[in-house]
Design a protein around this ligand. Sequence first.
Ligand code: SAH
Length: 279
Amino acid sequence: MNVEHLNLPQFEPGWVWLAGAGPGDPGLLTLHALNALHQADVLVYDALVGDDVLSMVNENCQLEYAGKRGGRPSPKQPDISNRLVQLAKEGKRVLRLKGGDPLVFGRGGEEALTLVEAGIPFRIIPGISAGVGGLAYAGIPSTHRDTNHAVTFLTGHSASGNVPDTIDWKSLAKGSPVIVIYMALKHLPLIQQRLLDGGRSSNEPVAIIRNATLDDQEVLETQLGRCAEDVEKSGIKPPAMIVIGEVVRLRAALDWVGALSGKVLTADPLGTRNKDLAG
Ligand code: SAH
């Protein structure tokens, strides 16, 4: 692969590059992220960044883990931000790598604000977020003309560890045809209840996607009325995305990962294609 003509940026000492690694499959890294891995002096990474991605780092780079693992408490957010400042002040090329996109439920904004306060120069490298790329690997579009002209991304878990109380669940239930939830497993019973209370149908299709884009990706298809119970029974664990909405039905046609291992796809799961042709 020849990328020299792209003139990818030079990583200068004393800079922090805040990058997303995508949802897991290393093929979903951007060229900018790869360029950063090739030049970084220190890589500060999170739990969701997989070993395949880490193995692409240059051999002189020092690796620093900044996430929760094996029951150890996670470093506090200000500690991580301050560590980035400290490393940059030491004149290192600091790559801060996060799962998905750094600015989507990734606290990248908070870290960047600390860099600005400290006068540290930085670059932001977006990544493919699990809420888009993870769905694509489950054969679920985030928008589709016949089902939804809008999609809402939300977190099921606020900084306090509870269901975010800043979300107006009634309006969400009414106004958003497709709801894609990060970090939702823990509070799924409550989320399910709030959406049903807000008027959503208990028959509405729901998909839970675990380890999206990785070889051990699992997808559980269920319905809003019984999704929490089904998750409990299945034993499915984080990290997982939850998708709620009619768009989930498209998986019967678009599960290209399933098709790789022999699943037979249904051509017209919404029953809308012939109508389209006629119209
Ligand atoms: N910045 C990330 C999100 C970080 S929040 C992004 O843009 O994707 C962490 C949550 O992201 C997890 O709890 C889970 O809900 C979701 N997530 C990230 N990677 C995932 C994956 N490979 N499969 C399923 N969910 C994932």
